[in-house]
Design a protein around this ligand. Structure first.
Ligand code: URP
Ligand code: ZN
Ligand code: ZN
Length: 489
């Protein structure tokens, strides 16, 4: 092979993968990594990465993009602004949600999101479905069709009246997912506890945004995670618990993972960076910090960091849910409404990686290799993106080149999204991605957008990788126990 057979060579940098850190050059050809070697000559384009870290591009596994909430509020970011913001934040692919509203067919949902994503995304994308209406057609025909198309994961809710599936609905979807090798993701909060809290708070006129954090108790998450895991165990199905916000919830994940359950979980920067005091601002300002489950306290942050260090969480995701602080978003139902009428969620797709690098790697809480695992490699494995998430010959050339020493105070300008605020405003962050490639093409070059709208491609994903997770057999559903009832999925 001639030295000049590479389209691009990244040279002089320090490569960081989930396992190794070493100095080497990367040769890219036809969108893939073709060589990694001490020194590579040639390349139609040569990128000097001296003094930089060269890492797999982030894979954002939890984002709400061009998505209507169940109460019909549209996110501020579409697939263009959302993907641009993701890329500036060091991501080379993302997996937003494609949400089913009750009565809708999943075929229609996928078609709608294809129209939203394909002409617009500047990075590769896939979807997790949101299933809110598990009718027999959805369970028997539409979900399997979506899985066959490579949409191998979906989220369900245990809270919100318009989304909550109930325990029976959960068992149905878990069973279908297990049968097809797909992954059920769950938003775990006890709906009745939250509604009861809402009623008590409303009766006393306590409806300012800060009461949102009170209305969704830690116990509501703990109870629902425990129940979700128990339901998954009954049918021995894989489960992914999203946006874990409590120490007790994380402890359940850790215990049950150790017991072999097919369990995965994530937490998000907001649960590590913010507290319920951030909701206690004059007027409605606290609405900017409202998400569900809510942010908690400093003690919880420390506990969640310990769980990150110990490997409880598969990933740290943004849960980017961009609702502007105006009548299109947070104030959709009015400028002075009780907190239950304010959209939940906050933006953060551009800050996930810089914030985690700064607070995690720079402050010595996690290694750079753990950082890569938490932000890219593990998501590639669990969500079935076999060609992404690492730097080695054969992988897609999805690469983020970081200046680990650059220090900046976070501002809205850094976000490149369609939002009018960032909850991370004013924080000092060290370590920023400067250049991002996706399949060998430059998306962001030295903090300038160079990608064309719509260049990102849909990624058909594999089934969930359950290596190292033996699972659980409920005795009553274990054919080996011979109870005479052959009903195990
Ligand atoms: O409050 C949040 N996190 N909103 C986004 C939707 C969800 O539940 O993830
Ligand atoms: Zn959720
Ligand atoms: Zn979310």
């Amino acid at each position: 092979m001639s030295d000049f057979a590479f389209d691009t060579v990244i040279h002089g940098g320090t490569i960081v993968t989930a396992t190794d850190t070493y100095k080497a050059d990367i040769g890219i050809r036809d969108g893939r990594i073709a060589a990694v070697a001490e020194s590579l000559a040639g390349g139609t384009k040569r990128i000097d990465a001296t003094g930089r870290l060269v890492m797999p591009g982030g894979i954002e596994g939890h984002a709400h993009i061009a998505q209507e909430s169940s109460t019909k509020i549209m996110t501020a970011d579409d697939y263009y602004t959302g993907s641009v913001s993701a890329a500036f934040g060091g991501n080379s692919s993302f997996i937003p949600f494609a949400a089913q509203h009750r009565g809708q067919s999943l075929d229609d949902v996928v078609a709608i999101y294809d129209e939203r994503a394909a002409p617009n995304s500047v990075i590769d994308y896939s979807y997790h479905l949101i299933v809110s209406d598990p009718s027999p057609e959805v369970l028997e025909e539409q979900l399997p069709r979506a899985f066959a198309r490579g949409i191998t994961s979906f989220k369900v809710f245990m809270t919100y009246d318009l989304l909550n599936l109930g325990d029976g609905g959960m068992l149905d979807v878990l069973t279908v997912a297990k049968t097809h090798g797909a992954l059920t993701m769950v938003h775990a909060e006890n709906n009745d506890m939250v509604k009861w809290m809402n009623k008590r708070l409303a009766a006393k006129g306590l409806t300012a945004p800060k009461y949102h954090a009170i209305s969704r108790p830690e116990l509501a998450e703990e109870e629902a995670i425990n129940r979700a895991v128990t339901l998954a165990k009954l049918v021995d199905a894989p489960l992914f618990v999203v946006h874990v916000s409590t120490e007790a919830g994380a402890a359940i994940i850790r215990r049950e993972t150790q017991a072999g359950v097919k369990l995965f979980a994530e937490t998000c920067p907001q649960y590590l960076a913010l507290t319920r005091e951030d909701l206690d601002r004059p007027g409605m300002e606290g609405a900017k910090f409202m998400c569900s489950p809510p942010v908690r306290d400093a003690q919880t942050q420390e506990a969640l960091w310990r769980h990150i260090q110990a490997g409880t969480f598969m990933s740290v995701s943004s849960d980017h849910a961009p609702y502007r602080y105006d009548e299109t978003g947070k104030l959709f139902n009015g400028a002075d409404v009780p907190y239950p009428k304010i959209a939940n969620g906050m933006p953060g797709i551009a800050m996930r990686l810089p914030w985690l690098f700064s607070e995690g790697v720079v402050k010595g809480r996690i290694s750079a290799n753990q950082f890569v695992a938490l932000t890219s490699t593990n998501a590639a494995k669990v969500f079935g993106m076999a060609r992404k998430g690492s730097i080695a010959p054969g992988f897609d050339a999805d690469i983020a080149i970081w200046d680990p020493n650059e220090t900046r105070v976070v501002s809205l300008d850094d976000q490149h999204d369609n939002m009018d605020y960032t909850p991370f405003e004013g924080l000092t962050v060290t370590g920023w991605p400067r250049t991002v490639l996706n399949r060998g093409e430059l998306v962001v070059e030295e903090r300038e957008l160079v990608a064309t709208r719509g260049r990102g491609r849909f990624v058909a994903r594999d089934t969930v990788d359950l290596t190292g997770r033996p699972g659980y057999r409920a005795p009553e559903l274990d054919p080996a126990r011979n109870f005479g009832a052959d009903i195990a999925p």
